[in-house]
Design a protein around this ligand. Structure first.
Ligand code: PGA
Length: 249
């Protein structure tokens, strides 16, 4: 059975004090669903966040990771470093990483391999730009992003993979994919996985939607058959909004 997940991607927001405040507000919220809840603070606050949330049902996850084991990669963070501070899930391939830090399908394939070799769970992000959708290339683009970074994986690696469809035109713009657009793409993604790996892996993989997901639209988006939760940016920076989304199933 696939899981419901709501993950908050804090991006480059919240210093130490702000992180402490937001976490204490998150701890006051109540949860009415069985969704897994995750937050991704900045690297420097991961360990402190992990300690603050040690006995809670909120998992602390990382926003990125390097593919190398260790070595001369100034400014980078390894899988082993993440694991050593209690992290077991990492977001890879976010569109901001692809757009501003030149992450390609090839580097992402390496990152995915390293994460899986270290038994980290991966939330793998992908999605089309507005231009791709206008030109009706969105399905083939998404298919190639998935194939290039994930289709070399053996079947048993898929238990470590969560997919996050994030149309770039909907991220931080206030514009959301309609529930129907999200469902149409999620069903296509599941079919793409089924064609390569069979129905059972395709049915079990969690597929999140991301892009201006908020309390006012989460319920309708999450009600769609192939949408298993959300990767939340802006709305994850407010505890009440975030939990309204967590409770939107
Ligand atoms: P947003 O970001 O919710 O602010 O659009 C989503 C994301 O980038 O994961």
């Amino acid at each position: 059975m696939r899981k419901k997940i709501v993950a908050g991607n804090w991006k480059m927001n919240n210093n130490l004090g702000e992180t402490q405040v937001l976490i204490s507000e998150l701890k006051k919220q109540t949860q009415t669903t069985d969704a897994e809840v995750m937050i991704a603070p900045t690297f420097v606050n991961l360990y402190h966040s992990f300690e603050l949330l040690r006995n809670s049902n909120i998992e602390v996850i990382a926003q990125n990771m390097h593919f190398a084991k260790n070595g001369a990669f100034t400014g980078e963070i390894s899988a082993d470093m993440l694991k050593s501070v209690g992290i077991s899930t990492v977001i890879l391939g976010h569109s901001e990483r692809r757009a501003y830090f030149n992450e390609t399908d090839e580097t992402l394939a390496k990152k995915v391999d390293t994460a899986i070799a270290n038994e980290l769970r991966v939330i793998f992000c992908f999605g089309e730009e507005l231009q791709d959708r206008r030109e009706n290339n969105h399905f083939s683009l998404v298919e190639s992003q998935i194939k290039n970074a994930l289709f070399h994986l053996p079947e048993d690696a898929w238990k470590h993979i969560v997919l996050a469809y994030e149309p770039v035109w909907a991220i931080g713009t206030g514009e959301t994919a309609s529930p129907e657009q999200a469902q149409e793409m999620h069903a296509f993604i599941r079919k793409t996985i089924a064609n390569k790996y069979g129905n059972s892996i395709a049915e079990d993989v969690t597929i999140l939607y991301g892009g201006s997901c908020k309390p006012s639209n989460a319920k309708e988006i999450f009600s769609k058959e192939d949408v298993d939760g959300g990767l939340i940016g802006g709305a994850a920076l407010n505890a009440e909004d975030f939990y309204a989304i967590v409770n939107a199933f």
